[in-house]
Design a protein around this ligand. Structure first.
Ligand SMILES: Cc1cc2nc3c(=O)[nH]c(=O)nc-3n(C[C@H](O)[C@H](O)[C@H](O)COP(=O)(O)OP(=O)(O)OC[C@H]3O[C@@H](n4cnc5c(N)ncnc54)[C@H](O)[C@@H]3O)c2cc1C
Length: 403
């Protein structure tokens, strides 16, 4: 039986483990904490919605495909009603740029005629669908919703072929006779395939040093449902989001602070960030803000891992030493590149990991099994974890044609 070790128990690791197990691969998932989903994927609630764009970029295409993939995945998980709800999302036309973007979507044939994807609302209709008074028009994405990441991660790992080992801090990965040796402080593992899903620690093992990736701190706040908020039915977004009530709590997010000191992972709660989230809520609904008991507000901070080009790091690694010693020609065949056989990455999911990580897990599983890719080959190439090195070597064209 084919074997794999997945390093990291966030949404990237758990969804990759699931995609591999679905293909009858025997998976060991190693997580350094006492439980899975403790870092970015440990947020109490996350929103699932794509950003629509008339002129698709690689980033917006990945996000839209990922959104549909995650919805399909949730539909397959038997208990997903416990941690997912498609309550819909209203993006308010809250400033000139957003108004212009929504006007362009309205003029676009695909979006204009596809009510399942997006509906265009005037202010009255937006308020009616939201269930609270809103000040501006907007667009409504009926398939969007919220998810509880910890329960989603647990559901993905609940598979007879996935063995989760917690308190397993991986220290090193080395090539072995039958694939790769993985060592933690107390243990050693061997597998044919390794998938590195450790977010901001992706350079830890020395195979992905060229990745241009930065930690970005985010803080979210929770407050109890109040008289003004209890009728809210959807997620409402400006440049922040407000969730509908889930288990008696609304979530407001999120701040976005790029780390100036790359190794500073301070998750203590910032009063300034709380103020900034509450101020954003006040712009969406001053009525709800007025009713909040400020003493009951709770917060959580975590770190996104954001790449320079906003695309995930997903796919098989190339041998950086061999690439630099002996750079291939710009028109080399992908098969002749110095691939690190059996070594993959699923990381760098920035602010949208709940919708980008699962489709990347599926991509890696299809690369390992050499089956049809779940996405276009050029799009898959654009996420390859070695792309930054290829570009540095002047091989941008090659980096777009890896599969
Ligand atoms: C405040 C905030 C709000 C967000 N809101 C949303 C949202 O609404 N919607 C959305 O889609 N996304 C949202 N995101 C982004 C999303 O949370 C992330 O993109 C996603 O959780 C990243 O998942 P991951 O598995 O890559 O990383 P993580 O969840 O950080 O998991 C990485 C795991 O690897 C483990 N690890 C690291 N090194 C090792 C090692 N050596 N050995 C063993 N284990 C190791 C870590 O302990 C950790 O568990 C938000 C992020 C933040 C910070």
């Amino acid at each position: 039986m084919t074997t794999a070790v997945v390093i990291g128990g966030g949404i990237a690791g758990c969804s990759t483990a699931y995609a591999l197990a679905q293909r009858h691969i025997d998976v060991t998932l190693l997580e350094r904490h006492t439980e899975i989903a403790q870092e970015a994927s440990g947020n109490t609630l996350a929103m699932l919605y794509p950003k629509l764009s008339v002129i698709p970029s690689l980033q917006s295409t990945i996000t839209l495909l990922g959104f549909n993939f995650t919805l399909d995945l949730l539909a397959k998980l038997s208990n997903s009603a416990n941690f997912f709800n498609a309550c819909g999302q209203i993006q308010l036309a809250f400033n000139a740029a957003e108004k212009a973007k929504q006007a362009a979507l309205w003029k676009d044939d695909f979006f204009h005629n596809n009510q399942q994807v997006v509906q265009f609302l005037n202010g009255d209709k937006a308020s009616e669908i939201a269930g609270i008074a809103l000040k501006s028009a907007g667009i409504f994405l009926p398939q969007a919703g919220w998810v509880i990441p910890r329960l989603l991660c647990a559901a993905l790992c609940n598979h007879s072929l996935i063995k989760v080992q917690t308190n397993a801090n991986v220290m090193a990965i080395k090539p072995s006779k039958n694939g790769w040796d993985v060592t933690t402080i107390n243990d050693a593992f061997e597998a044919e395939n390794i998938v590195i899903c450790n977010a901001n620690d992706v350079k830890q093992f020395g195979f992905c040093n060229s990745a241009q990736i930065t930690p970005v701190r985010g803080q979210i706040e929770f407050f109890a449902t109040n008289a003004a908020s209890e009728t809210l039915k959807t997620i409402i977004c400006s440049d922040h989001y407000l969730s509908r009530s889930v288990a008696g709590l609304h979530c407001i997010g999120t701040t976005y602070s790029i780390n100036t000191a790359p190794n500073d992972f301070n998750t203590s709660i910032s009063a300034i960030d709380t103020q900034s989230n509450l101020a954003a809520l006040g712009k969406i609904s001053p009525e709800i803000l007025r009713e909040i008991d400020l003493k009951s507000v709770t917060s959580r901070a975590a770190y996104r891992s954001q790449t320079l080009d906003y695309r995930p790091l997903a796919g098989q690694l190339l041998n950086a030493v061999k690439l630099q010693e002996n750079p291939p020609r710009y028109n080399a065949s992908p098969a002749d590149l110095p691939w690190l056989h059996g070594l993959y990455v699923n990381a760098g999911h920035g602010s949208k990991g709940m919708i980008t990580a699962p489709v990347c897990g599926e991509l890696i599983a299809s690369l390992i099994c050499k089956t049809r890719l779940p996405i276009d080959a050029n799009l898959a190439s654009s996420m390859n974890p070695s792309r930054f090195l290829l570009k540095k070597l002047g091989l941008k064209q090659l980096s777009n044609l890896l599969y």
